[in-house]
Design a protein around this ligand. Structure first.
Ligand code: SF4
Length: 112
């Protein structure tokens, strides 16, 4: 007895597989873009960098280089888009920072 699949079944499988690939690719992209846990401002590294979730609350006398327009959303280390509420930061692997945040190593993202 032959164990080959009928041609029609094979064609269906190929067509369905081809249609599913873009969907699977999209699901992977969405999962990668999914929010990660937020950095805790009391975390040791966060504290050492004076990370705060609100750039408006930065104490000027403690951080004389800070400017009000500086925030995570326009920092070169921020991996999200400028208007994103939160996104990955190269300094905190596996965590997100909030777009309105700030820390001592802020540097202007070109074009942001
Ligand atoms: Fe925010 Fe930039 Fe500091 Fe990361 S390096 S916490 S994005 S200011």
């Amino acid at each position: 007895m032959s164990k080959t699949l009928p041609r029609r079944t094979l064609i269906k499988a190929v067509l369905l597989g081809g249609a599913a690939l873009p969907l699977a690719s999209r699901l992977v992209q969405d999962a990668q873009a999914a929010a990660q846990p937020l950095v805790d401002p009391n975390d040791v590294l966060a504290k050492s960098l004076a990370y705060t979730t609100d750039t408006k609350k930065v104490v000027a006398k403690d951080n004389p280089t800070h400017k009000p327009e500086q925030h995570c959303g326009n920092c070169i280390q921020f991996q999200g888009k400028a208007a994103d509420k939160q996104g990955a930061c190269n300094l905190f692997p596996g965590k997100d920072v909030v777009g309105t945040g700030w820390c001592k190593v802020w540097a202007q993202k070109p074009g942001a």
